[in-house]
Design a protein around this ligand. Structure first.
Ligand code: HEM
Length: 376
């Protein structure tokens, strides 16, 4: 996504979402707001044929399409898009009910109650943005995607003027794709957003290695959702948002100090990149040992792998980020892990690392990943 804003907000008892604005968005025609750097699969187009539902992994193709009777198709070709998500307390206020969900339900409990399991340093009050801490006071979030920051700000102004004093802004964050050839790369330097599940009914031609999952794994109440949902939840999803700070100069220093050296074979730079690749599970630049730039830039090759050949740590360590977050063939891909697949939509926030920060190996400016994902 080119530019992205998030606004956490608290509701006063009523909220109006303007349908006129939605209609206006539908009419706008322009290049899409999503980025498409080398290595990403081609974005859906408005002119592609309507897809047939799929239920399993399909062979390769070069085109992706979306169901254009669905709003998502519209979002991709618009210069801006707005997504609104409510917390449990926000929904209760909006619907005028209490006990919307059963006590102890993770949605009602909120992310803060799970901070320990997420590995967040304790107490969270010392480490979390204050606006994220009080789950009950946080009623929802607007995610605004746009082709540039100025357009994102315009949309934000429109939302605020529509809703006036029926909302209170708790926190906002602006994020955007990194510049030039870093587009699509997160701040540590790795291309991000390569691996996404395909969705049956939307994804007609998956790239190699992409597993197509039933829509109910992402969309509530659709085929494959193992839970019976209330009517208001139909075709919604759960949005998880995390703002994660990245200490880039410190990360680079760690890699340099712990470079994986093979005497008389690796240079310091290669050893450093090799350690980074082993931590992430993906490489961030060419090193002659095993990296292959042609493969990396081909969406039909760069995600076409699993771990069946390496049931040990010899190629991709168990502890690498990608192997932990999606173990692929380490688990039965038709069952357990697919029920926990997520759609990731992360955007870097904060400025590029400055020369001063690199020289001092110390972060001065806040930067990281605005991480949003959808799941059941
Ligand atoms: C600052 C924090 C993070 C960074 C820098 C980061 C970076 C990356 C990168 C570079 C990739 C490989 C590119 C790709 O396959 O698309 C990746 C993959 C992935 N990440 Fe993250 N990530 C972060 C946080 C998270 C979090 C919090 C989660 C889950 C809750 C997560 C889940 C995943 C998943 C599921 C994949 C795909 C794995 C695969 O299919 O092989 N990431 N991440």
């Amino acid at each position: 996504m080119r530019s992205f804003s998030i606004l956490l907000h608290a509701l006063c008892p009523t909220i109006i979402i303007s349908s006129a604005h939605a209609a206006q968005q539908k009419r706008q025609e322009s290049p899409g707001l999503l980025i498409n750097p080398p290595g990403f699969f081609p974005l859906p187009t408005p002119h592609a044929p309507r897809p047939e539902p799929l239920i399993s992994s399909q062979p390769q193709s070069e085109q992706f399409t979306l169901n254009l009777s669905n709003i998502q198709g519209d979002i991709l070709i618009s210069p801006s898009a707005v997504n609104i998500a409510f917390s449990n307390s926000g929904l209760e206020l909006l619907l005028g009910v209490t006990n919307l969900t059963a006590s102890g339900d993770p949605f009602a409990a909120g992310q803060a109650s799970d901070a320990f399991n997420l590995g967040d340093p304790s107490p969270i009050q010392n480490n979390w943005i204050p606006g994220f801490v009080d789950t009950a006071a946080l009623h929802g979030v607007f995610l605004i995607g746009a082709q540039n920051t100025s357009l994102a700000n315009d949309v934000l102004d429109q939302i605020i003027s529509y809703l006036n004093d029926s909302i209170v802004e708790i926190y906002s964050l602006q994020a955007s794709a990194r510049p030039g050839d870093k587009e699509g790369h997160e701040h540590f330097g790795y291309l991000d957003g390569i691996s996404q599940p395909g969705i049956s009914g939307f994804t007609t031609n998956p790239v190699n290695g992409q597993v197509v999952i039933p829509p109910g794994i992402i969309l509530l109440g659709e085929e494959g959702d193992p839970v019976v949902r209330p009517e208001w939840a139909q075709d919604g999803s759960f949005l998880v948002f995390r703002q994660m700070q990245q200490l880039v100069p410190e990360f680079d220093t760690f890699l340099t100090n712990n470079a994986l050296m093979i005497p008389e074979i690796t240079t310091l730079e290669e050893g450093r990149d090799l350690l980074g690749a082993r931590m992430m599970g993906r490489a961030n630049r060419a090193f002659p040992l095993s990296d292959n730039l042609t493969l990396a830039a081909d969406p039909n090759l760069n995600n076409d792998f699993n771990y069946t050949l390496t049931d040990d740590n010899s190629l991709c360590p168990f502890a690498s980020h990608i192997r932990k977050s999606y173990p692929r063939s380490d688990l039965d891909e038709t069952t357990v892990d697919n029920l926990h697949r997520i759609m990731r939509a992360s955007t870097p926030y904060g400025p590029e690392v400055t020369a001063e920060e690199t020289a001092s190996n110390t972060t001065t400016f806040d930067r990281g990943l605005a991480f949003g994902d959808l799941w059941l």
